[in-house]
Design a protein around this ligand. Structure first.
Ligand SMILES: Cc1cc2nc3c(=O)[nH]c(=O)nc-3n(C[C@H](O)[C@H](O)[C@H](O)COP(=O)(O)OP(=O)(O)OC[C@H]3O[C@@H](n4cnc5c(N)ncnc54)[C@H](O)[C@@H]3O)c2cc1C
Length: 325
């Protein structure tokens, strides 16, 4: 690229896309890069036959006034509907929503009219004379005056390591404390109806199963019953390397009371970075050396989707101030 864009955002999850929308509002040129085939990151929706399943994030909660306002807009745009009463992780707030066409549709809505490059896997980030160069796995490169990293923190730090960027030890130590649970997800379509009670989300909070959702009762999959099972962190850790068929069978057996014995199609997905369990004390991080470099995502404020969104917006506001000065 001849003219360095003002900001390159790595990651088109909720944090990266929320940051990009804010930069667009502020008229700061930017580009979003994501290694995935589609946008959304952990706000992921998959089609199995005629069924639709959310296999990453399940529930949108709105605790603070900013997110309540955002969710109101999404509800007016027919993106989300109130979902409840359901029980989720104990610390979550009380207003819950589901995405009518799947979590991924919210990311697609945020990505509309933005310059987003999917299937663009960054391999390294380096700085030279305050200009950042991001190199892709396919040998492409892009330059920018600033970079916002939104992948899970170990992946963000690996990009800097690959570009020989060293951070001062105080910042590095804080960033390295961010930690995430692992989660093994099983998606299964079944004949007829499940015994998952209405409105289709069941928080067990135990092992081996933490959560079961019936995407049909939830309102997402109208034609076929599709179930999402999330294993708890202990089971996910101890079965991380276990053969997919074996792990699926164990979880399907454990869920048989709710889903019955018959399975049409079964898929397994492993989330290495599922939900942040140890977070950074600030809403985002911004460094001015070795160049203008910011970090955002759910590793900062916690609070999952809500926190990641607010983290992305806060990082974009801070970057804009620097880019304009
Ligand atoms: C199983 C599961 C259940 C969950 N349940 C809930 C829930 O019910 N409610 C809730 O609020 N939250 C839930 N979460 C958490 C929620 O999904 C996350 O907190 C939120 O989506 C994080 O958004 P993010 O933008 O910070 O990160 P991500 O969504 O992870 O986005 C990061 C993006 O960076 C991209 N990326 C990574 N490396 C590179 C690279 N080298 N080059 C280019 N792109 C790269 C990825 O492809 C990804 O799109 C759940 C998550 C999981 C996995």
């Amino acid at each position: 690229m001849a003219d360095p864009s003002h900001c390159i955002i790595i990651g088109a999850g909720i944090a990266g896309l929320s940051a990009a929308r804010r930069l667009k509002e502020l008229s700061i040129p930017h580009i979003v890069l994501d290694k995935g085939r589609s946008v959304g990151g952990r706000m992921a929706t998959r089609r199995i036959g005629k069924a639709l399943c959310d296999h990453g994030a399940q529930v949108i909660s709105a605790q603070g006034p900013d997110m309540i306002c955002t969710v109101d807009e999404w509800r007016d745009s027919k993106l989300v509907k109130s979902w409840g009463p359901i029980k989720t992780r104990p610390h979550r707030g009380s207003d819950f929503y589901y995405a009518i066409n799947g979590m991924n549709s919210i990311a697609k809505h945020l990505a509309r009219d933005l310059d987003v490059h999917t299937s663009w896997q960054a391999q390294s980030v380096m700085f030279d004379n305050d200009i950042a160069t991001i190199q892709s796995q396919d040998g492409e490169s892009m330059t920018a005056r600033s970079v916002l990293l939104t992948p899970p923190m170990p992946q963000s730090l690996a990009l800097l390591d690959a570009g020989n960027v060293s951070l001062d030890s105080e910042h590095r130590t804080l960033l390295e404390t961010i930690d995430y649970d692992r989660c093994i997800a099983v998606l299964v379509t079944i004949p007829g109806q499940s015994n998952v009670p209405p409105p289709g989300g069941l928080w067990l909070g135990s092992e081996p199963i933490q959560w079961i959702a019936d995407n049909r009762k939830k309102g997402l999959s109208s034609q076929e019953t599709a179930i999402t099972i999330h294993a708890g962190p202990e089971f996910s850790d101890s079965h991380w390397e276990t053969d997919f068929n074996e792990v699926a069978q164990t979880l399907l057996n454990a869920a048989s009371k709710w889903i019955g014995p018959e399975h049409i199609e079964v898929q397994v997905h492993r989330w290495r970075y599922s939900q942040a369990i140890q977070t950074h004390p600030k809403p985002f991080a911004l460094l001015e050396s070795p160049g203008l470099l910011a970090f955002a995502g759910d590793g900062f404020r916690g609070d999952q989707i809500e926190g990641a969104r607010l983290s992305g917006i806060a990082a974009a506001n801070a970057l804009a101030k620097h880019l304009r000065s």
